[in-house]
Design a binder for this molecule. Structure first.
Ligand code: 4AD
Length: 464
């Protein structure tokens, strides 16, 4: 269907005075005796274009009530003219013809008044047509492109790690099972091993919680790699920042120690934040107005300030002295809860904070053990409003120490043979991190619930 994107018509002067064909969905409409005004949106911009219909000269005036129904899809021919009211050089279209592509009846749920986000979650297939989701998904797209750009421009190889895996990367038992065995089959077996031996892969398999283990394999050949794909977590966390399927950005860098990877993570966050500020001005205006007052100032601060690097032990001291009523008590050795993370980054530092050197007991087996014997070279990046957005560490590159950490945790070494081999054949210091893409998107938009920055959120007890 030959037509022009509405964003082109609205932003390029060359269209003024010319006849164009545009397509889109009706967002609002006013129909009077002599004139009709329709706001059309085709998804290429946050702003709608105004269609002006002079009913006295328009050939299809008797069909007007079909063209003005919210949600209807139209193909429109008309001349682009400077807007009669807009002061900002905006344009509108004087309509000569309209074709109704798809009618939309009165029970269309998105009527004029703003529908709240919770109600919109009950209609994921339609909520994308609202201004909020138009803005969220354009920023999402720009953010994804900026992430690729950042790594591509710096010699990183983009690799795609498997989604089905036989080994649990985080060892937290949060893997969804992948099986072709049926419910009825289960009764035939006496042990789990027998059951899985007959399964598709001949052993138990699951959806990967992280591409890191395979990412390390690739980094030991290509030096610098990144993955950008979905990860799956069957954690029973019904919060505003957890989904069961999220998009995960995971760089892995050979010859990098913890300070090197921290430097890179900070640089990358600044780069992608700047990209959104430069490329999505209209969307940021929208989020500033409806979601987070001071959003631009916050993002400018991210770009301009040095992130804090804070030792875990110091963080615990700060929390122990804090004049705050925490639900979860704090002492050295405890894992930081969201309330603690937010206190540190929102109340104390008011900017992103890398908390480093966590106790080894609360972190994963693959993290490099520090000489103190108590902590590991790991860091989480905490940001105001959300808490953790990055989980990061230098990896244990020493064969014996890695094996010891796995044995202490009672892990089945056979599942990790390839991974362990990396420490045998030309092992090098290396580090990497995982950025939760949706959490980053929440941070740059000010949207407070992760369910509202992903197309079809998968959460405990909810899938469609
Ligand atoms: O801290 P995590 O568990 O780290 C890893 O998976 C490492 N293997 C990453 C690596 O070093 N390559 O997860 C990393 C990030 C978190 O900081 C968070 O932003 C995001 O992934 N994340 C989630 N996002 C949404 N919903 C969930 N259920 C998430 N779980 C983790």
């Amino acid at each position: 269907m030959k037509h022009v994107d509405i964003i082109e018509v609205m932003t390029k002067e060359e269209y003024v005075g010319r006849e164009v064909t545009v397509c889109g969905w009706v967002r609002t409409a006013r129909d009077s005796k002599t004139m009709a005004f329709i706001e059309l949106n085709d998804g290429t911009s946050l702003k709608h274009i105004q269609l002006v219909v002079d009913k006295e000269t328009f050939g299809k005036a008797d069909e007007m009530s079909n063209f003005t129904k919210l949600g209807s899809s139209l193909k429109v021919v008309g001349t682009v003219v400077p807007s009669a009211v807009a002061q900002d050089g905006g344009v509108e279209i004087n309509v000569s013809d309209i074709e109704l592509l798809g009618p939309c009846p009165e029970d269309y749920p998105l009527q004029k008044k703003r529908t709240n986000l919770e109600t919109l979650r009950t209609m994921p297939h339609l909520r994308v047509r609202t201004n909020t989701f138009n803005a969220v998904f354009r920023v999402r797209s720009v953010l994804a492109a900026a992430i690729h750009e950042y790594f591509q421009d710096r010699h990183y190889v983009y690799v795609n790690t498997p989604l089905i895996t036989g080994s649990d990367c985080e060892g937290a038992g949060e893997m969804f099972k992948v099986t072709t065995q049926s419910f009825e089959d289960a009764a035939k077996y006496k042990t789990a091993d027998e059951y899985y031996a007959d399964d598709f892969f001949g052993k138990s398999a699951g959806l990967s919680v992280s591409g890191q283990l395979e990412g390390e394999v690739a980094a030991m050949a290509f030096g610098k790699i990144y993955t950008f794909g979905p990860s799956f977590r069957a954690e029973n966390s019904n919060t505003t920042r957890h989904v069961a399927e999220f998009w995960h950005v995971e760089p892995e860098v050979a010859f990098a120690e913890l300070p090197d990877i921290i430097e890179m993570a900070e640089d990358m966050i600044k780069y992608i934040t700047k990209a959104v500020m430069e490329r999505c001005p209209a969307e940021l205006d929208f989020f500033e107005k409806f979601f987070e007052k001071g959003l631009r100032e916050k993002l400018t601060n991210v770009i301009e300030s040095d992130f804090e690097v804070l030792d875990y032990t110091k963080a615990i001291e700060i929390l122990e002295k804090a004049d705050a009523d925490f639900k979860y008590p704090v002492s050295w050795g405890c894992d930081l809860q969201t309330e603690h993370e937010r206190y540190i980054t929102e109340e104390v530092f008011k900017k992103p904070v890398f908390v480093t050197n966590y106790p080894k007991e609360i972190k994963s087996f693959y993290m490099k053990q520090n000489p103190d014997g108590k902590t590991v070279a790991a860091t989480d990046l905490l940001v105001p409003g959300i808490g953790e957005i990055i989980g990061c560490s230098e990896r244990e590159a020493d064969y014996d120490k890695l094996l010891e950490a796995m044995n202490v945790r009672g892990m089945n070494l056979d599942d990790y043979n390839d991974y362990i081999d990396l420490r045998k054949f030309g092992s090098v210091p290396h580090s990497g991190f995982g950025l939760g893409f949706e959490r980053m998107l929440m941070y740059v938009t000010g949207v407070q619930n992760i369910r509202d920055v992903i197309l079809f959120p998968r959460t405990v007890g909810s899938i469609r």
